[in-house]
Each structure stands twice: as C-alpha cells, then as structure tokens.
Write a protein that binds this ligand. Sequence first.
Ligand SMILES: Cc1cc2nc3c(=O)[nH]c(=O)nc-3n(C[C@H](O)[C@H](O)[C@H](O)COP(=O)(O)OP(=O)(O)OC[C@H]3O[C@@H](n4cnc5c(N)ncnc54)[C@H](O)[C@@H]3O)c2cc1C
Length: 360
Amino acid sequence: MQNMAPVTTPQCESMARLCGQLREWSDRRNSLDDWPADSLRLCGQAGVYRWFLPESQGGFGWSDQDQTRGYLRLAESDLTTTFVITQYMGAIRRIAGSEQRATSDQWLEPLTSGTAFATVGISHLTTSRRHLTKPVLRAEETSNGYKLQGMSPWVTGAPHADLYVTGATLDDGRQILVAVDANLKGVRAGPGCDLIALSASCTDRVEFDETEVDRSMVLGGPVENVLQSGIGARTGGLQTSTLAIGLARAAVNYLNDEAVRRDDLRDAADELARELDALEEQLLRATSGTSDCDASEIRGTANRVVLRCTQAAMTAAKGAGFVEGHPVGRWCREALFFLVWSCPQPVAQAHLCELAFGTR
Ligand SMILES: Cc1cc2nc3c(=O)[nH]c(=O)nc-3n(C[C@H](O)[C@H](O)[C@H](O)COP(=O)(O)OP(=O)(O)OC[C@H]3O[C@@H](n4cnc5c(N)ncnc54)[C@H](O)[C@@H]3O)c2cc1C
C-alpha cells in the first residue's frame, strides 16, 4: 500500500494521484468479494474524511463547494468507493452534528482517520418500506435507553461497519436516530446483496434483535421526523446529483478520447461535454446557495444526463463495450442506480412520465 500526501484542495497534485489510483482499482471491482478496503484506506491516508468536518472537530473545514468538487472527481474515478464514502460521511456528519458528546468523543477521531468505519441505515425513515403499516425498525424505551427490534433494509458496507447510524420508530410514532456499535448483542449484518452494479459496496440489511442501546448513543429524538430535525443533514440533498455528474464525466471523457481518433463522434462528444459543464456549474452555484434552481430539478437533470452520457459511451464503444469487464458497460449499469438511490418521488414520477409519454 502506497503512502498518500493529504489532499488539501480539490485541484492539488495529490488529488490527481489519488484519483488515478482509485480509477485503476475500480476496474477490478465487480462482486461482493471486492469490498474497496484498499481504496478506502488510501482515502483515509489522503485525509478525505477530514474534508467534511470543521477544524474544531479535527477536519480540514472545506467549503461546501470544495467538498462538491472533491466528490465530483472521486465519483468520476470510482463510483463504488465514492458512494461508500457518502454513506460513511453521512454517519460521521450525524455524529458530529449531535449534541450527544459521548458518541463523538469515542468515535469521531477513529472514523475521520479511517481506522474505524461507520455507515447509515436510515432509508426506512424516508424512502424505503414507507407503504407498510408497521415500521420495519421499532424502538422501545428502557430504563437505560432503548431496545431495538426489526431491521434496517439498506445499509451500505453492512458487514464491514464498526458502527451503524440508524433510525427507529416508537409506538407513538416518534423516531430516534441512534449510533449502534456493531458488536452489541442482537446486531446481525447480511454479507451484502448481489446487485446489478455497485455489488462491491456490500449493501445489505442489518437486523436488530432486542438490541439494547444506551441513552448516550442517541443522536437525536425522540421526535417526529427525526431526520428533519437537522442533525448533520446536508443542505439541499445535492450529493446524489454530484455523484451522477461525476459518473457522467467519466463517460464523456471516454467519448472525447475516442473522438480524437474518430471524427464521427466529435459533435456528440462536444455537445455532451457542454451540457455537463453547464450542469456542473449549476450544481456548484446551488451548493453555495447562489442558484434559484432547486435540488429536485438538478437531480432530475443529473439523472437524465448520466443515463444519456453513459449510453452514448456504450454506442461509441460498440460490442467491445458490451463485453463484461469493459468500463463502459459498468458505467451504464451504475447510471441506473440514480433512478433508485434516494430518488425523490416527484423526480421518479417525472422519469415515469417521460418514459411513458416521451416528453417532459
Ligand atoms: C445499492 C443501494 C445502496 C443503498 N444504500 C443505502 C444506505 O447505505 N443507507 C440507506 O439509508 N439507504 C440506502 N439505500 C436505500 C435507497 O436510498 C432507497 O431508500 C431505496 O432504494 C428504496 O427502495 P425500496 O425497494 O426499499 O423501496 P420500497 O418503497 O420499499 O419498494 C419496495 C417494493 O415495495 C413495493 N411497493 C412500493 N411502494 C408501494 C406502495 N405504495 N404500495 C404497495 N407496494 C409498494 C414494490 O413492489 C417495490 O418494488 C440504498 C439503495 C441501494 C439500491
């Protein structure tokens, strides 16, 4: 394992080196057995996990725009590792943003240095299993804290985590957000599901069977809609669009490289690059709060662009791109992820309308 100088800005030389290494390793990553431990370790050495926290909490205090620029470059190089990092950082931000000091005192330094790994399982509070009558993960108050029963259906890096940040619902409908040590009694993580893309993210359910968590590990609540109480939430939900745009960039770069030797690709490569540049500009303005475009609008556009760019790359790669192992085939499958990952209902509805009626 090579050593890595800290990445101090999204443009610095060590960032280019980090991305080059991630890109090389990402080509070998296909299955559940390919958890990106090497890439995550390298990112830890390069200080990536410190981009997201203020200096007062051991971070580098990067601005929201620089964090976005950093994520764009990582996602362009290796979507799986970058996606895992977003879930990891989601956990870190919620721990750092909580007033509960016990969890941050114990976990923040090992997590930001990369010696421990945490992840989030919160989709059942927002987008997953919402049509069911009973919450899939329930909490019951005890004298020392809470007892958890049920499961968190989607947890990236589930079998590799030392700590889960998850949400559970009490009988009266209020919710808690809680940090659960993976070694606690009754916690059982699946090994990861075989997915059509990103299998190496080892995403699976985590079950909790009468798991007792101490009150000191409660990061938020009990309250209604605990995720809206602002604990470590990220402004505007632009992160998913950032990763989609990063992946689209990988596809456009491929088209551009091919167009150097193939004139017939030039117009398409230039047009997609222009569109992607404009979208990236809009994303960065939205990140800094200087755009009147809302996050859902950007997400819808990012989803369309990543599907079009990856499929244009497939068209250019022809049959060779359809052979397992070619990066273009992987990018096409990865692009489909954005149709389901935390996709807001209005965006999903708009996609359905376009697919059914052919217009926006
Ligand atoms: C690879 C991957 C990694 C992820 N990682 C994480 C993570 O780390 N942390 C996290 O919190 N989340 C994660 N998610 C969850 C994600 O953000 C979404 O919450 C999830 O994709 C929603 O899909 P679902 O199948 O659970 O939705 P559901 O709404 O539960 O739909 C599942 C099924 O239920 C049925 N259904 C849906 N709606 C209705 C209805 N109204 N009436 C009747 N039946 C219905 C349909 O048959 C549908 O196929 C991940 C998702 C994926 C795919």
